[in-house]
Design a protein around this ligand. Structure first.
Ligand SMILES: NC(=O)c1ccc[n+]([C@@H]2O[C@H](COP(=O)([O-])OP(=O)(O)OC[C@H]3O[C@@H](n4cnc5c(N)ncnc54)[C@H](OP(=O)(O)O)[C@@H]3O)[C@@H](O)[C@H]2O)c1
Length: 312
């Protein structure tokens, strides 16, 4: 089958398009999906570059890719909730070597749900890891309430663009940090206040916010503790909590490990069908162009999501 495989850790040339990858099968607890579209996440270029190899080495050649939307073509043993022909979306294990940058991918039934009724394959594939990350943080961890103030770092990115939409739906006041060229985009998503991360210091502009949702990490994370009110919450997608700073400012901090579960995907599908979450698609590439697409996601200053259309 057609697939894009990692042949060694490295840059763009480490990802190779092939027409002769072995077609996978659905194992116990899995379904096999004919992939119609896949989206790229930061984890994909991090795996490509070998940044995750200590924690989760892959065996070469490894078909990369996690997020997907497609059609169930085979149901493995002990799967009752999905049927052949059903349109689904979710996240397959990007470390498995049988990922979603391919014509077919096996996926655990627990990481899959029926596609939102209002979304096509391209838009559905843009949702899983990033929209679920925003949902898990804002709804489940922070429990964001109407009238509260949240700072979302990286508002023009995959997670940030969904987080702004969700926070506005929850009737919070939303401040966000973006590059200057993304100010209008963040405002269109619903942000009340957009801070240019390249020329402005958010820590001198904001104070007493109820929550910070950090999709950037590093110094941005460290400087965020000071803008929280006492009792506030910091959730980061990209940095471990700093307990010293948390104690100093009287706040709680956590690092999120997103789990793309059927239940969360169902919530995201509902929010999509209600028009709350509208995936912002920056660019769509073909399967043959996946190496270029991953590099674009890595360095291209994309807005929202980068998607691969796997079928012609
Ligand atoms: N722990 C988990 O379970 C988990 C799950 C998913 C993702 N993640 C991590 O979460 C992070 C974000 O993921 P994503 O998919 O949203 O990535 P993304 O689409 O690349 O978005 C990141 C955004 O941050 C912006 N940015 C860069 N430097 C900034 C700064 N100093 N201040 C404010 N914004 C800045 C980028 O803008 P520019 O384009 O201008 O650089 C970009 O718009 C990644 O590190 C990813 O690995 C973790």
């Amino acid at each position: 089958m057609r697939a894009v495989q990692l042949t060694h850790y490295g840059g763009e040339d480490a990802l190779q398009f092939t027409t002769s990858a072995a077609k996978p099968t659905a194992k116990e607890g899995q379904v096999l999906v004919k992939v119609e579209a896949a989206s790229i996440n930061a984890i994909d270029w991090k795996i490509r570059e070998g940044m995750m190899q200590q924690m989760a080495p892959v065996t070469f050649p490894a078909t990369l890719g996690g997020d997907l939307a497609g059609t169930v073509v085979e149901v493995g043993p002990n799967v009752e909730q999905f049927t052949v022909g059903q349109t689904v979306y979710g996240q397959t294990n990007p470390f498995s070597g049988e990922g979603s940058f391919a014509e077919f991918t096996p996926i655990n039934a627990t990481n899959l749900a029926a596609m939102p009724k209002s979304a096509d394959f391209i838009h559905a594939a843009a949702l899983p890891l990033t929209a679920v990350s925003a949902y898990q943080a804002l709804v489940e961890t922070i429990n964001l309430q109407a009238g509260q103030k949240i700072l979302i770092h990286g508002g023009a990115g995959g997670i940030g663009s969904f987080a702004i939409q969700l926070a506005k739906h929850l009737e919070a006041y939303v401040a966000t940090t973006t590059a200057p060229e993304d100010t209008a985009f963040a405002k269109e998503l619903g942000a009340d206040e957009v801070i240019d991360y390249s020329t402005e210091k958010f820590e001198q502009i904001l104070k007493d916010v109820d929550a910070v949702f950090d999709t950037v990490g590093g110094e941005t994370n460290e400087k965020s503790y000071a803008v929280l009110k006492t009792g506030g919450q910091l959730v980061s997608m990209a940095a471990a909590p700093n307990e010293t700073l948390a104690t100093e400012h009287g706040v709680t901090a956590s690092a999120q490990q997103t789990r793309v579960t059927t239940e969360r995907l169902q919530k995201v599908a509902e929010l999509t069908d209600q028009g709350v979450l509208k995936p912002a698609i920056d660019k769509v590439f073909s399967l043959e162009q996946t190496a270029e697409a991953v590099e674009y996601m890595r360095h291209g200053h994309h807005r929202g999501k980068v998607v691969i259309k796997t079928t012609d």
